[in-house]
Design a binder for this molecule. Structure first.
Ligand SMILES: *Cc1c(COP(=O)(O)O)cnc(C)c1O
Length: 396
């Protein structure tokens, strides 16, 4: 019999939809997929070459559990360069992707009885990962009309003596929202006063638009920094999702605990991929600009196309590569004589009859919305938009 822990666990909704998309495609159907949670660019050549050379040089054995020193140093330089944050090697750990950094971190700091505040819409894996550590996710809803801000007042309402952590993810997946500086400062102040950890998932820090540049909450003063653990990865910035290299930076004792968990589970992340990640962080950065420029064009096209659909509103993302339009208007209408009761049913219609794959917002904690990734070609975006427009027009 399965453990209660495993029995109650659902597979990641986004990965599940991508899998269904692939199955339909394998049957010969022309599916436009907006489900992708990864850039559609190839990993840059200099990164691939670094990995090939690592293999040829025989760099194929165990490395230190928490990562090789040259990669740790490259991560330290990245934080200095981008956020003016100084870390020592013992304050940084290399992990098997950003997800693994979060998972091990939660195992290191959360336990039964703890509450962890998660603003919604949230990245799908935060609540189950918190539960796997035995703690309880406490969801705080944020709103499109308020640009998805989490304010100090909203936080104060849900903080209890059991609150152990607050998850921050900006630019966010699924919305592409960012925090106003005044809200970040307020959140930081509350965390310091109450002794609550701030978990800052900064995986999209370099994928930003409209002149926005990322500010890490850890850079807002020493007391805030002492309560913050940043998680990150090379996955999204350098289109390296398959390489599985992430990292975390924060107070030494927490990083040590995280490393210990790693030493009893995965051991070190892949040696070859670590060398590739080092090349990504220390090498030329022009790839990132090229990718972001392509994303920006697609964002503009997709957001304006969605807004032209009757009744649809859409927050204009400031970062990441997702849009999160509101399709509440379709609920209660009917399709082929059958009532559309919720957005998940609507996404079923979109996939089966109009061959467009999108993720229902409820998977991110918000009913009435859809998440579309624009990490796909302009051609696909045009085609997919047309099909969504047709689907809405087909409703009575
Ligand atoms: C993609 C993603 C991650 C995980 O990235 P990996 O490095 O592939 O594990 C973590 N957080 C958010 C918000 C993401 O979108």
């Amino acid at each position: 019999m399965l453990s209660a822990r495993a029995a109650s666990l659902k597979p990641s909704a986004t990965l599940a939809i991508t899998a269904k998309e692939k199955t339909l495609r394998a049957q010969g159907l022309d599916i436009v997929g907006f489900g992708a949670g990864e850039p559609d660019f190839d990993t840059p050549m200099h990164i691939k070459k670094a990995a090939i050379n690592a293999i040829l040089d025989g760099f194929t054995k165990y490395t230190p559990v928490g990562g090789i020193e040259p990669l740790k140093d490259a991560i330290i330089d990245k934080f200095k360069r981008d956020s003016d944050l100084e870390f020592k090697r013992e304050e940084v750990v290399v992990t098997v992707g950003g997800k693994h950094a979060l998972y091990n971190l939660f195992q290191a700091i959360f336990q039964p009885g703890d509450e962890v505040i998660v603003p919604s819409p949230f990245w799908v894996s935060y609540p189950p990962m918190i539960e796997l550590a035995g703690a309880k996710p406490v969801i705080v809803e944020t709103f499109e009309e308020e640009e998805y801000q989490l304010t100090g007042d909203m936080l104060e309402k849900v903080i209890t003596p059991k609150t152990k952590g607050i998850i921050l993810n900006y630019p966010s997946n699924p919305v592409g929202s960012i925090f106003y500086l005044e809200n970040l400062e307020k959140i930081g102040k509350i965390a310091v006063e109450r002794g609550i950890y701030l978990i800052s998932d900064e995986i999209y820090d370099k994928i930003t638009y409209d002149g926005y540049t990322h500010t890490s909450i850890a850079s807002l003063g020493h007391p805030i920094r002492e309560m913050t653990i940043i998680t990150h990865a090379v996955s999204k910035t350098y289109s390296m999702t398959g390489w599985r290299i992430g990292y975390a930076a924060g107070p030494k004792e927490i990083i040590q605990a995280l490393t210990n968990i790693q030493s009893q589970s995965t051991s070190n992340p892949t040696s070859i991929a670590q060398v590739a990640a080092e090349a990504a962080l220390t090498g030329p950065q022009d790839f990132v600009q090229t990718m972001v420029a392509a994303f920006l064009k697609r964002r503009d096209y997709l957001v304006s196309g969605l807004k032209q659909i009757e009744g649809v509103t859409c927050f204009n993302p400031k970062g990441a590569f997702y849009v999160f339009p509101c399709f509440k208007n379709v609920i209660g209408r009917s399709y082929k004589g059958r009532k559309v009761n919720n957005i998940t049913e609507f996404t079923g219609i979109l996939l089966e009859d109009f061959h467009v794959a999108v993720v229902p917002g409820i998977e991110f904690g918000k009913e009435g919305y859809l998440r579309l990734s624009f990490a796909t070609s302009m051609e696909n975006i045009e085609k997919g938009l047309g099909r969504i427009q047709k689907a809405v027009a087909a409703l009575d």
